[in-house]
Design a protein around this ligand. Structure first.
Ligand code: NAP
Length: 502
């Protein structure tokens, strides 16, 4: 079914000011910004059955934010009631609901709406759903997330496994792990949270590790109710806490990743800090060796945990570092022929970014340019991580070089500022169509490529990291290699001549 756009005096008028794909924090931030700019005829399409993105989809045991919560939230909507310094997942979901209610976003949301693609039709976008229904809108905002397409491992025999298989993004709340023989595949940030919780209830746990992860202690504390009340009464106090958290993260990002060339020592210190943490928790040198990464700190997303390493010292937990050869009826067989019988297979195998998520839907721009194809044939790129030449009126929030800093909210708020400046410029010109110029895009790409050259991605030892920061061509095109201060400054000061307005 196609809902036709209205027409006035022969001119096409799109049904919506903007269609936003994704009702996570990125999509909600964009909606708040567009509404502030007077665009209130919005449609937010979400494939899940509720809002919150990652924090709606992920429900695995141990789920928590691993960036301090006062920083991992919108600066304009502080939450004084986080129960811990690193809040558990359900609190993030409640925070998302609170934001949606307070800013009146729910009325624009439509759930279970799987978008398959969008096509630029000279003056507007046509967005099509899996059901065949389509909508027209002046602007298209894709806010589909960076980590939203689960990666299922291709292991021989996995489809014939007779036990239960659960990916961390599709947790089965009704399945009771108690007393089961379990296996976890993966040792990324998700597994680090999951493994200690699973180990508490299962009878046997085998963890299949391909690449170890740098883990540092987690300075996680309960925020007492009195302090929460103080934050509610004195918002300034919470702003100070946020600022402190953000400053620490910024320092880590600048020294550990962006300016690795000048601050290698910072990485070495971080590695030592993690090794000391491991030494404190694991006495067995053989086990420690297996848990120690051989790539530089920062090549791959490090994480925090106070009980991850210790879990491997429990008698019923085993770390398996030999590769998996295949899965048979109810067992995992390693390349060395080792056989482990299990009841449940837990996949903490992460996400596929570069094959299927850039972009997450088919986007056809001006002159039939296919964004996914164009990125793959011409390098992954996006001006300021948000707009692409050949794609008028598209704000692609999960683009190459978009991710700025360590908290996703830094990225979101930077993009909100960019939208503000761009749309204000359009209003002044009486224009409704923008497109970034090829020149501005090329200069930005050159600058980012240069800057990556100073980062840990180019100068560190990243070859064995298997990091999703790198795309399939070996380029580190996910993180923006500048300080977040520089990113914010550019978002409010980029030359308006970097766009054409029609
Ligand atoms: P991930 O970091 O990509 O880790 C996936 C793990 O699965 C890796 O250890 C990977 O090994 C392994 N793996 C994948 N396919 C495999 C296969 N076929 N055989 C064996 N092992 C396989 O994914 P994630 O742990 O879900 O974390 C993703 C990101 O989510 C994190 O980096 C973080 O940004 C975010 N996260 C955030 C929070 C939070 O609190 N904010 C919590 C959890 C996650 P290789 O490394 O060898 O590929």
């Amino acid at each position: 079914m196609t809902s036709d756009s209205a027409t006035t005096e022969g001119a096409m008028v799109a049904q919506y000011d903007a269609v936003i794909v994704g009702a996570g924090f990125g999509g909600m931030g964009a909606a708040i910004q567009l509404a502030r700019l007077g665009h209130t005829n919005l449609l937010i399409l979400e494939r899940e059955d509720d809002l919150g993105g990652t924090w709606h989809v992920n429900r695995y045991p141990g789920l928590a934010v691993d960036i301090p919560s006062s920083t991992y939230s919108y600066s304009f909507e502080p939450n004084p009631y986080w129960s811990r310094l690193f809040a558990p997942g359900p609190e993030l979901k409640r925070y998302a609901e609170h934001v949606a209610d307070k800013y009146g976003l729910r009325k624009w949301m439509r759930f279970g709406a799987v978008v398959t693609g969008a096509v630029w039709e000279r003056t507007h976008w046509r967005v099509t759903l899996y059901s065949g229904e389509s909508f027209t809108s002046t602007y298209l905002v894709t806010a589909t997330g960076f980590l939203s397409q689960p990666k299922m491992p291709e292991i021989d025999g996995i489809d014939g496994f007779r036990g239960k298989v659960i990916h961390t993004t599709a947790w089965d709340d009704d399945y009771d792990l108690t007393g089961k023989r379990a296996a976890v595949i993966g040792t990324g940030a998700t597994a680090v949270q999951l493994i200690p919780e699973v180990a508490k209830v299962v009878s046997e746990l085998t963890v299949y590790q391909r690449t170890p992860i740098w883990v540092s202690p987690k300075p996680d504390y309960v925020v007492p109710r009195r302090l929460q009340a103080a934050f509610a009464a004195l918002p300034f106090a919470q702003r100070v806490v946020r600022l402190t958290g953000s400053a620490i993260l910024e320092l880590l990002m600048i020294t550990g990743v962006v300016h690795y060339k000048n601050f290698r020592l910072g990485n070495r210190i971080a590695e030592r800090w993690c090794r000391a943490h491991l030494r404190r928790q694991v006495r067995d040198p053989g086990l420690r060796r297996k848990l120690t990464p051989d790539y530089s700190f920062g090549c791959k997303r490090p994480t925090f945990s106070n009980d991850y390493f210790r879990t491997f010292t429990r008698p019923h937990v085993k770390l398996e570092t030999t590769g998996i050869a295949r899965i048979e009826d109810n067992a995992i067989i390693t390349a060395a022929g080792g056989r482990t019988e299990i009841d449940v297979l837990l996949l903490a195998t992460g996400f596929n970014l570069w094959d299927v998520n850039f972009p997450a839907i088919e986007i056809i721009g001006r002159d039939g340019r296919d964004l996914g194809k164009w990125w793959r044939e011409n390098r992954f790129q996006a001006y300021e991580g948000v707009t692409v030449p050949g794609f008028p009126n598209l704000l692609s929030l999960n683009s190459p070089y978009a991710y700025s800093g360590l908290s996703y909210f830094t990225t979101i708020e930077c993009q909100m500022k960019h939208i503000d400046r761009l749309f204000t410029a359009m209003r002044r010109r009486g224009s409704r169509v923008f497109e970034v110029t090829q020149r501005a895009n090329d200069e930005f790409l050159d600058r980012m490529t240069d800057k990556v050259g100073d980062s840990v991605f180019a100068l560190g030892q990243c070859a064995t990291a298997n990091s999703y920061y790198f795309n399939q061509h070996g380029e580190a095109t996910l993180l923006r290699p500048t300080s977040t201060i520089a990113a914010h400054r550019e978002a409010v000061r980029f030359p308006l001549s970097d766009y054409t307005y029609a």
